[in-house]
Design a protein around this ligand. Structure first.
Ligand SMILES: [Zn+2]
Length: 396
């Protein structure tokens, strides 16, 4: 690592690399001369950067076939991003599933795959599953994991700055040993929020509150373009806001936490069914009791959300997790309650929308961490439009 600590010079060089990659990403194949013109870099600087990017497999070089090659001198070649180079791996080690997604240097998702696990599955086993999923993805798409720039991983529970938690450490060490690249670990709900704010329902916005309604209830905050984690990595624990100070007790140590009322398990119990598919069928069939359970849950969620909205004033609230699949019977009471309990300026223009990414939301958030940090791939997510470039915050 010692050679990487050249300070400002290194940062300057990364910025130049970003410029070269951004031009190739948006304009496509180019000759060195065209790249020099487009980037405004000197020929010597450009040449040295291109040489390094070629050596790192981030670019490929082919002979120009458009008549620009003339008979004499060095043949003219064109440079393009190497879709098989500079890969970023995103992983989500969740309560009940492990998901792995891979993206290439052009910010395209190459593939994603997942496997169910039990809540009792050990973290070491989840890690093994994630590694073998990554290997099978690589085989399936004929890509080499030796071209990996980094791995971004979501895990369950709070993960703070430079977290020393045993779970985060186990994951970091295991992946580092297997792939030999930087590994970034964060809370998986927060990463799902990041994924939605970049690729999903909150794309292009600077203030997004993501709420996940699943077996656990939690949120991810993108505030003024930055993913917000808080002093101890526990920002956004909306599932543990008390909606009844008397009861019931919650494993977090509190009483009457929102999660105890509106988690997937709580809703299944209240509806007297065993799977959420049954809840959806009963909703479609117009079952009054189930409609009431969902509406009551929506009201409670709305109350907690209203307080959160009054606190951070988001442009959009994105609702994810299985419960969001209930659609209008859940979202309408949430919207009505938030409207009722928010300041007029907070609710003005506020949208409450369902999440649009699927099972790989947190894995995509992991990819965003890698793309933002890698010297080769920084500048992310330029591909989604102007103004969104600084959205991803270095979480440390
Ligand atoms: Zn609690």
């Amino acid at each position: 690592m010692a050679k990487d600590t050249a300070g400002p010079l290194r940062l300057l060089r990364e910025t130049h690399e970003e410029r070269v990659l951004a031009v190739l990403r948006t304009e496509g194949a180019m000759t060195r001369a065209q790249l020099t013109e487009q980037t405004g870099l000197s020929r010597a600087t450009l040449s040295s950067i291109v040489q390094d990017l070629l050596a790192a497999d981030a670019l490929t070089e082919t002979a120009a076939d458009d008549g620009t090659s003339r008979g004499r001198g060095r043949p003219v070649t064109v440079l393009t991003l190497n879709p098989a180079g500079g890969l970023a791996l995103g992983m989500d080690l969740g309560h009940r599933a492990v998901q792995v997604t891979v993206a290439n240097v052009a910010h395209e998702i190459v593939g994603t795959t997942g496997i169910a696990c039990s809540e009792r599955t050990t973290w070491a086993r989840r890690l093994e599953l994630a590694i073998s999923l990554a290997e099978s993805l690589a085989a399936q798409h004929s890509i080499s994991l030796s071209a990996l720039s980094g791995v971004g991983v979501g895990v369950v529970g709070p993960v703070g700055h430079a977290s020393r938690s045993s779970r985060a450490q186990l994951v970091r060490d295991g992946l580092n040993e297997r792939f030999g690249v930087p590994v970034y670990v964060d809370n998986n709900t927060r990463l799902a929020g990041l994924g939605e704010a970049i690729w999903g329902a909150g794309a292009g916005l600077r203030n997004v509150l993501y709420l996940r309604l699943s077996y656990g209830v939690g949120s991810g905050l993108v505030l003024d373009g930055h993913l917000f984690s808080g002093a101890g990595g526990a920002a956004g624990e909306l599932g543990h806001v008390s909606v009844d100070p008397e009861w019931p007790r919650c494993p977090c140590g509190g009483t009457g936490c929102l999660e105890r009322y509106v988690s997937l398990s709580a809703v299944l119990e209240q509806c007297g069914v065993r799977s959420f598919d049954e809840v959806l069928e009963l909703l479609t069939a117009g079952d009054e009791r189930v409609h009431e359970v969902i509406a009551t849950a929506g009201g409670r969620i709305g109350q907690v959300l209203a307080t959160a909205c009054n606190t951070v004033n988001p442009e959009t609230v994105v609702i994810g997790g299985e419960l969001a699949e209930a659609g209008a019977p859940l979202l309408d009471p949430i919207r009505a309650t938030v409207r009722k309990y928010t300041h007029s300026q907070v609710r003005q223009g506020l949208e409450i929308v369902p999440a649009t990414l699927g099972h790989d939301d947190a894995a995509r958030g992991g990819i965003a961490l890698v793309l933002r940090r890698s010297a080769l791939l920084a500048g992310y997510p330029a591909a989604t439009g102007p103004g969104s470039r600084d959205r991803v915050h270095d979480i440390g």
